[in-house]
Design a protein around this ligand. Structure first.
Ligand code: 5GP
Length: 197
């Protein structure tokens, strides 16, 4: 996605060869114009998938997910990173190891918000090792719903998450793919294309 890649080039800060900082438009300050376009892009890419709900994880997945939900006309749920103190028996739970914080969190979603048989699109800001996406996928499976696909804003293709999700058979749509962050430079990878079989 051209607009996102331009933002990354102009405003992204390569912290080291593994981490890209995007605080000025995704992770701290948020750019509503960019988020709106991201919502449209996900809606276009998943337009044939009968998506009935979007699932993301707090906090940076919420902005793109809500814009996609607005475009697609579906409700958006965010998984919480802490267990709520009440009604724990009514929660789907999965454990996620955080790449950036280097700690594990239980993520939870209230059972009432995912119906069995729903088509759920998972959205997150970054894809690194795939832990967040896999944790969200596990929650969809616990709910006996279908995973329409996984949409991420930025895939770091040099880390193993993308391969792992594809190996599990998930459809993955990444709006920007980064091949390398070496030498403080962002090098993009080509868009992934799916062939109709
Ligand atoms: P994963 O679970 O795929 O290993 O990592 C995804 C999560 O880690 C994302 O939700 C995102 O918050 C965070 N993350 C991973 N890599 C980066 C990065 O390079 N920059 C930023 N800002 N966040 C990242």
């Amino acid at each position: 996605m051209k607009l996102l890649k331009e933002k990354i080039v102009n405003e992204g800060i390569v912290l080291n060869e593994n981490v890209l900082k995007v605080d000025s438009f995704i992770n701290h300050q948020m750019d509503p114009v960019l988020m709106k376009e991201i919502g449209k892009e996900f809606a276009e890419r998943f337009k044939d998938d009968k998506v009935s709900k979007i699932l993301t994880i707090e906090s940076s997945g919420i902005a793109p997910a809500i814009m996609a939900g607005l475009e697609m006309g579906v409700q958006v749920i965010f998984a919480r990173k802490r267990k709520s103190l009440t009604l724990t028996e009514n929660l789907y739970t999965s454990s996620v190891y955080s790449f950036t914080k280097q700690e594990s969190n239980d993520i939870t979603v209230s059972k009432q918000y995912i119906e069995p048989g729903e088509n759920v699109l998972i959205i997150d800001d970054f894809l690194a090792n795939g832990q967040a996406a896999l944790g969200l996928a596990e929650i969809v499976q616990q709910a006996k719903a279908n995973i329409s696909g996984i949409g991420v804003l930025i895939e770091k293709s040099f880390q193993p998450g993308a391969e792992e999700l594809l190996a599990k058979g998930y459809r993955l749509e990444s709006l920007a793919r980064i091949a390398s962050l070496n030498n403080k430079q962002v090098e993009f990878a080509p868009e992934r294309t799916y062939q109709n079989i």
